[in-house]
Design a protein around this ligand. Sequence first.
Ligand code: SF4
Ligand code: SF4
Length: 501
Amino acid sequence: MGVDFIYPEFEVIRNEDRCISCRVCERQCANEVHCFSDERKKMMSDEANCVNCQRCVSLCPTRALKIVKSDCTLKENANWQNDTIKEIYKQASSGGVLLSSMGNPKSLPVYWDKILINASQVTNPSIDPLREPMETHISLGKKPEKIRRDDKGRIICDLPPQINLSIPVMFSAMSYGSISYNAHASLERAATELGILYNTGEGGLHEDFYRYGPNTVVQVASGRFGVHEDYLKAGAAIEIKMGQGAKPGIGGHLPGTKIVGDVSRTRMIPEGSDAISPAPHHDIYSIEDLRQLVYSLKEATDYQKPVIVKVAAVHNIAAIASGIARSGADIIAIDGFRGGTGAAPTRTRDNVGIPIELALAAVDQRLRDEGIRNNISLVVGGSIRSAADVVKAVALGADACYIATAALLALGCHLCRTCQTGKCNWGIATQRPDLVKRLNPDIGSERLINLMTAWRHEIRELMGGMGINSIEALRGNRLMLRGVGLTEKELEILGISHAGE
Ligand code: SF4
Ligand code: SF4
């Protein structure tokens, strides 16, 4: 009795009156769900392979299709739920570790939704963002403790290298290999147009994209794929990836089937070989070791590039961040437990790490308490879903946010959560040429620009409503936040009062 024993999760409902057997659905589905039966002279479906990506539904010219979640359930109870039972069946059949993609879907608290933003009323004027200047620019990097002047009274401008962003948002790391060439092209073009940065992830930088270097963060991960001097010098900043929110404590694995053509050349590894990033960097076992890598990267780039250290949000994140701030890094990026991924072991994704909201509040407070907050900028990611999440994150203490899933949604992702199969019907998490070409980078970048433009308007409106006219004045301004339905302990960690106080 194997996996086939499990009833399909989704059902394909085809309206026979509307279906004209044009076979568009058959051509669009990489999972081979649809086919035309010569015998029955009509379209048929094999629902076992459907992942509910909605591609066929969206492109059916007569709107004849609907995908619904099957209501055929196993005899579940509060302890043994449908998905848990199915996972046991799958493992009993395969003997393997369960793999998943995208972020943790469990019903653990989303603190952003339990935090509310203040607004000005009567005694403190709000600001109209349509009529008055509203500053959404931000620079990331070490800041001096105080303004220094020379003996003629002129300000001494010896700022360490900075990243300048038009809004406090960047596109987070997604490697070429885990996502497609056209997805990367969309992100790069949009970042350049918007005046923000995108991130190569650990797959190296395709030669076509060096021209977008000023808007690129180049990543150095434990596998060191595609890392060389030109690569390091190409980016606006270098990110050392120590961890990732979706899979803290473990490395990465891109299967050999995805290491083809340009992906293999860009990563500098042979075609067909698995790209395995070890869990630790084999040269880093302490903050002192991390410091050595930070300064090696600075040395290799003539001290012109800020260095980011990216870590997953874990229990002792505040102490880790304090060490990173002392390692010489310019920016710390923290990825919460809801952060997305192209593939991660399901158990790790769903059970390891902590919410980004709590990690952010704890880190910002610790760095302030130690008097080193200005030594380092703080970027947070791990399911930033809207402009409101960005505003709350900045008010909690972040300098900027990383987004990835939201960016992929803008590109057409339907969150079917099967990126690990490489059969993304929307041309995003795939290397299959016939699927990659479904994503037009012109349209993709335009949609990303639209999304960020909309968020910029919303950020300005929310700030104006609070009577705040710059991101700098919002940063760490926790008085602008109130909690609802939170315990004393949660409020204490978040450093905010309860609504009504
Ligand atoms: S996998 Fe996607 S394209 Fe294929 S049948 Fe299901 S919803 Fe349609
Ligand atoms: S990127 Fe593609 S495969 Fe991954 S969740 Fe989105 S639509 Fe599905």
